[in-house]
Write a protein that binds this ligand. Structure first.
Ligand code: PRP
Length: 205
């Protein structure tokens, strides 16, 4: 599970499906939370690392945003679109943005941004940041940013506007390729649990 927003949002669904975590896990710094009743363990990882743990098989399944999947490009199976954490990947900038001669784009998603502008036939310099990318146009580091937008509040409060829509993003259930075959029953059981409590979830595989 990714630490942060997706985990918070998933907790209610986990509870509804009977997966009850230790009561004090929120106050603790423990990274592995046992769920003895289901003979499983939750590994709490940085969101960007979830596909890595799953690709290497140290986690059989994972919950992760499509933004991370597109950026990390790991060899994993996408089982379900959980339809939670919906947001969009956009190009944004100042309302009075003028295309520069040597345009620069700041982002936490250099792979997605480079691919997008290449497909658009635009030459840009992509600058990798680790967060608060909305700062970049405000202080002159880059004219545009590529980032996820959910409520739009961060853009609005910083005087930025959406310029182009790249893609929609939702949370996915992913599986390790061999776990998918060798532990098919257990993997299927987890997928079914999500499907039961999230009626809008969509089967991808
Ligand atoms: C994400 C994203 C935007 C913001 C969008 O950042 O990078 O900054 O949320 O949400 P909104 O449209 O609802 O305002 P996050 O909070 O993960 O922090 P970060 O910028 O430090 O990565």
């Amino acid at each position: 599970m990714p630490k942060g927003r997706i985990f918070e949002e998933s907790l209610i669904f986990l509870q509804e499906s009977g997966i009850v975590l230790e009561e004090n896990f929120k106050d603790s710094r423990k990274l592995i939370i046992p769920v003895p009743h289901f003979q499983m363990e939750f590994i709490l990882a940085k969101p960007a690392d979830v596909p890595t743990y799953v690709e290497y098989g140290v986690a059989d399944v994972g919950v992760v945003g499509k933004d991370v999947l597109l950026e990390e490009d790991r060899d994993v199976y996408e089982l379900l679109d959980l339809e939670i954490g919906r947001c969009r990947m956009v190009v944004a900038g100042l309302a009075q943005y003028q295309p520069a001669v040597q345009p620069r784009v700041a982002t936490k998603y250099p792979t997605i941004a480079s691919r997008y502008f290449r497909e658009q036939g635009q030459q840009v310099e992509v600058i990798k940041l680790n967060g608060s990318v909305e700062l970049a146009p405000l202080i002159g580091l880059a004219e545009r940013i590529v980032d996820i937008v959910s409520t739009g509040q961060t853009l609005r409060e910083n005087g930025l506007v959406e310029i182009e829509h790249i893609c929609d993003i939702t949370t996915r259930l992913i599986a390790n390729r061999s776990s998918y075959r060798m532990k098919s029953e257990a993997v299927e059981d987890i997928a079914q649990k999500f499907l039961q409590v999230i009626p809008k979830a969509e089967v991808l595989r």
